[in-house]
Design a protein around this ligand. Structure first.
Ligand code: AMP
Ligand code: GLY
Length: 424
């Protein structure tokens, strides 16, 4: 089977690794890929999705897997399907669950799915009146895609009103802020749950926990995610059941009713408050760095999972995972997440790949020049460890971290700290 992965991050690299070890996959393409993906397959550059679909047709690509939300929100799935190509991902209409927070909140409330009390509006007066009714802190969100930056947790009513004014005027997020959601703050712990869907049937993947803040002990600015592990002991069978009955089933039924069945990866961002799951948001793709730990745990061939999901055939799949833990530690460049950093050469101790079993690197913001790998992006690479316990997986991942060098590298030293207390 010939498979193409759309995207260029560590998430797409990890999907590539899973496909590379899959006996059903004969050829692998990345569009556009990064500096390290040529080690796994062929990088392809096209000017738009029409051209990419024409390339897939010409090459006889059997399956395309989409990583990033932008491609989904821009309608890549619809363009490929119109050409009769098999593609794993959400349609443009279904991708509104991530592309518009207003659509998402109204969807949750129409189908009775638990979520924070909110108002959505384009009118500052309405938003301000609602702000007056809320306790502090107050959450203000821009409607559209803001690369994870469109959420403000305001510590005063004045700050909340200012955030609303800046969003509605277009000052803070351009067009993405022309509508806003204001909502109550939920105090609990966060979980990410990933569900592979084919429109009707679904498979739940092991629950993961991300670490969004830049620094140890969850301080510093929010980032795209500095590390993750799975499965997390922060969810038990009772909580899984609640999420399945109260969130997953009504979401898929609701999307069918809307005439936009959900296919692809439904990423449910949950806040667990007093053991009750409340939906913070949906995303319509794998999380990054969560994908990098879910792929190594997947025992079922990745091509089979994605192909069956993309062809409404998940009911005929018995999904299997290794009975192990995986943890990924993100190594970011010097100025992440504030700005770009000077490219610097990546040096990996020679022994790293041979001597460290059960570890690997997922490459993200890297470029390859004349055989030398440079750190160029914000999140440069991820050191992944797999083990029989969280502790073992973590030790392995951090051992690998110690063997990877580039100027200005920064990483958290406490990934999975909450889980360790369960890991006897
Ligand atoms: P979102 O993009 O909606 O997931 O928001 C980004 C982050 O903001 C989440 O991962 C939470 O940490 C935080 N957040 C969003 N909404 C709320 C809320 N209602 N209460 C508390 N924290 C929130
Ligand atoms: N790790 C969070 C995200 O991908 O949005």
């Amino acid at each position: 089977m010939k498979v193409m992965v759309v995207g260029s991050g560590g998430r797409e690299y990890s999907i590539g690794l899973a496909l590379k070890r899959d006996p059903n996959v004969s050829e692998l393409f990345f569009a556009p890929g990064n500096g390290a993906t040529p080690w796994l397959g062929q990088n392809v550059t096209c000017k738009d999705y029409e051209e990419l679909a024409a390339f897939a047709k010409e090459k006889g690509i059997d399956l395309t897997v989409v990583g990033p939300e932008t491609a989904l929100v821009e309608g890549i799935v619809d363009i490929f399907r119109a050409k009769g190509l098999v593609i794993f991902g959400a349609s443009q209409a279904a991708a509104r669950l991530e592309g518009s927070k207003i659509f998402m909140k109204n969807f949750l409330s129409s189908y009775g799915i638990p979520t924070a009390k909110y108002i959505e509006t384009h009118d500052a007066n309405k938003a301000n009146a609602f702000i007056e009714t809320l306790a502090l802190p107050i959450v203000v969100k821009a409607d559209g895609l803001c690369a994870g930056k469109g959420v403000i947790i305001a510590q005063s009513k004045e700050e909340a009103k200012e955030a609303v004014a800046d969003m509605l005027s277009g000052k803070s997020f351009g067009d993405a802020g022309h509508g806003v959601v204001v909502e109550e703050f939920l105090d609990g712990y966060e979980l990410s749950l990933f569900v592979v869907c084919d429109g009707i049937d679904y498979k739940i993947l092991p629950a993961a926990q991300d670490h969004k803040r830049l620094k140890d002990n969850d301080i510093g600015p929010n980032t795209g995610g500095m590390g993750a592990y799975a499965p997390t002991p922060l969810i038990d069978d009772v909580l899984y059941k609640k999420v399945e009955e109260r969130v997953i089933k009504p979401t898929l039924a609701g999307m069918q009713k809307e005439g936009t069945p959900f296919e692809g990866v439904l990423f449910i961002g949950l806040m667990i408050v007093k053991n009750e799951p409340i939906v913070l948001e949906y995303n319509v793709r794998f999380g990054d760095p969560e994908c990098e730990i879910l792929m190594p745990l997947l025992k079922t061939p990745a091509s089979e999972l994605f192909y069956k999901a993309a062809t409404q055939n998940l009911k005929n799949l018995e999904i299997e995972f290794y009975d192990k833990y995986a943890i990924a530690v993100v190594m970011a460049s010097e100025n992440y997440p504030y700005g770009t950093s000077k490219p610097s050469e990546i040096i990996i101790d020679k022994s790293a790949h041979e001597a460290l079993e059960h570890t690997h690197i997922s490459y993200a913001g890297v470029s390859l020049e004349e055989g030398t790998l440079y750190a160029t992006g914000g999140r440069v690479l991820l050191c992944v460890g797999v083990g029989d316990t969280i502790k073992e997986a973590r030790e392995r991942a951090y051992l690998l971290c110690g063997q990877v060098h580039f100027a200005g590298k920064q990483f958290r030293s406490d990934i999975a700290y909450q889980a360790l207390q369960y890991d006897k």
